[in-house]
Design a binder for this molecule. Structure first.
Ligand code: SAM
Length: 189
């Protein structure tokens, strides 16, 4: 679901300041247990690129976002790398990857959009491809800073992913408060 936060210069500058010091290092350490080094990896919603920089040390990482502001920022900071303009729901790319990663992005999708995204992720993954996504844990949905936020539980995630993916790991973790987040790692069936 579309919102303006992440899309204007002012809000992107604000987000970059607020998010300083936060990254997905602990999630990426978990992913490394399931994904061989040097695999190809697509990151959805790279934002300022904190996770992209960590992922890129271990994997052939392609960053992406659907915000022109974040894409300009990423391109300016990493002139030799290519970033794709991709929406998480449609993932319109001809490329295929060994893995797909996102950190606090997929919660911006409605249930219907998430179902479409999971189908697309399945299509653009190589055989035995691995996905790794984090979500805010909870029930229902809300609008926060003008953005749609869809909360998930272990039960709801298992339901969404079980058709196309074998779940390898699903666990709560702390972003700001104990157990406020869920990490899901799964393999293409
Ligand atoms: C919480 S930030 C991700 C931060 C990132 N993991 C990092 O390392 O800093 C969320 C990002 O998802 C992007 N985003 C939100 N909805 C999206 C969508 N439907 N498709 C693609 N990107 C989206 C936003 O533009 C923003 O850059």
């Amino acid at each position: 679901m579309e919102g303006k936060y992440y899309k204007t210069k002012e809000s992107v500058e604000e987000y970059i300041k607020l998010a300083k010091g936060f990254n997905g290092a602990q999630l990426i350490e978990k992913l490394k247990k399931f994904l061989p080094l040097n695999s190809t990896l697509l990151e959805i919603g790279s934002g300022p690129g904190s996770d992209w920089s960590i992922l890129n040390k271990s994997y052939k990482t392609t960053g992406s976002d659907n915000s022109d502001e974040f894409l300009s920022y990423l391109n300016a900071k990493n002139a030799t790398s290519e970033f794709l303009n991709l929406d998480a729901t449609t993932l319109r790319t001809e490329k295929k990857f060994d893995s797909i990663y996102s950190n606090k992005v997929m919660h911006h999708l409605t249930d219907d959009e998430l179902i479409k995204s999971i189908k697309r992720q399945y299509e653009i993954l190589n055989a035995d491809g691995v996905i790794c996504h984090s979500f805010w844990k909870g029930e229902g949905s809300e609008i926060f800073k003008g953005l749609f936020v869809n909360y998930h539980s272990e039960k709801s995630l298992r339901r969404f992913y079980k058709g196309n993916f074998e779940i390898l790991l699903i666990e709560d973790y702390k972003e700001f408060d104990d157990d406020d987040s869920i990490l899901l790692i799964a393999k293409k069936k």
